[in-house]
Design a protein around this ligand. Structure first.
Ligand code: AP5
Ligand code: MG
Length: 216
């Protein structure tokens, strides 16, 4: 199962990806998470990427494609993947298409999640995540049981650097400009399915599962 999740920041790509991988046992490839991991470890890529991410800008295509190419070569990607936050530009989509054709793979579906800017800003400003296990919470919609501690591993929850109001706005602008054109790109390939990202987390997952259950 080879899937892409596309949608604006905060629409719920990471939240849904985590539910999808639980059900279908395929790896979740979030370029944002890989980059944040590199920042934490202070790798050369992480130090370079941070300057773009802190401003809400995209990390250059060359760096992202190199990172994805290495990740796709891992054994766990043999039977599929769920991409979250990649591709984000037309050159990245072209690059992915080349990487897949080199290994005789093809995309099965591109799931497009949609939500209004108002909802997105509300969700992102109240998001908290666990740096240890990656679980995503929301102080308004999906809160942890214990104050600011992860339900799964007990680690302290943190707010992402790029979830400040001015950076959220910048990320939304960049999404409209650079990533939204991908919807048309994949529509032409007859791969897109549109999902209302404004409903309840579990309802959205059910809708996605219905679509993915039909893939052979
Ligand atoms: P990335 O990490 O991909 O961030 P993003 O696309 O901005 O999206 P988010 O992770 O912010 O949101 P999400 O859709 O995953 O929502 P979530 O599930 O957390 O990228 C970060 C940065 O890295 C980029 O700005 C860029 O600099 C760089 N980067 C990454 N990939 C790149 C690439 N390919 N090319 C170049 N640069 C790249 O949910 C949000 C909140 O809402 C949570 O609190 C959650 O609990 C809550 N929530 C989710 N669903 C619902 C619901 N249905 N109802 C109520 N609340 C909900
Ligand atoms: Mg995410």
């Amino acid at each position: 199962m080879n899937i892409i999740l596309i949608g604006p920041p905060g629409v719920g790509k990471g939240t849904q990806a985590k539910n999808i991988i639980k059900r279908y046992q395929v790896p979740h490839i979030s370029t944002g998470e890989i980059l944040r991991e590199n920042i934490k470890k202070q790798t050369k890529l992480g130090i370079h990427a941070k300057t773009f991410m802190d401003m809400g800008k995209l990390v250059p295509d060359y760096d992202v494609l190199g990172m994805v190419s290495r990740r796709l070569a891992d054994d766990d990607c043999f039977h599929g993947f769920v991409f979250d936050g990649f591709p984000r530009t037309i050159p990245q989509a072209d690059g992915l298409s080349k990487l897949l054709s080199n290994t005789d793979k093809r995309l099965d579906r591109v799931i497009v999640l949609k939500a209004s800017d108002e909802i997105i800003i509300k969700r992102l400003s109240s998001r908290r995540s666990c740096n240890n296990c990656g679980r995503i919470y929301n102080l308004l919609f999906n809160s942890p049981k214990n104050d600011n501690k992860c339900d799964v591993c007990g680690e302290e929850l943190t707010q992402r650097e790029d979830d400040k109001p001015e950076t959220i706005k910048k990320r939304l602008d960049i999404y409209r400009l650079q990533t939204e054109p991908l919807i048309n790109y994949y529509e032409k390939l007859d791969l897109t399915v549109f999902i209302n990202g404004e409903s309840d987390i579990n309802n959205i997952s059910e809708e996605i599962f219905q679509i993915l259950d039909e893939i052979d």
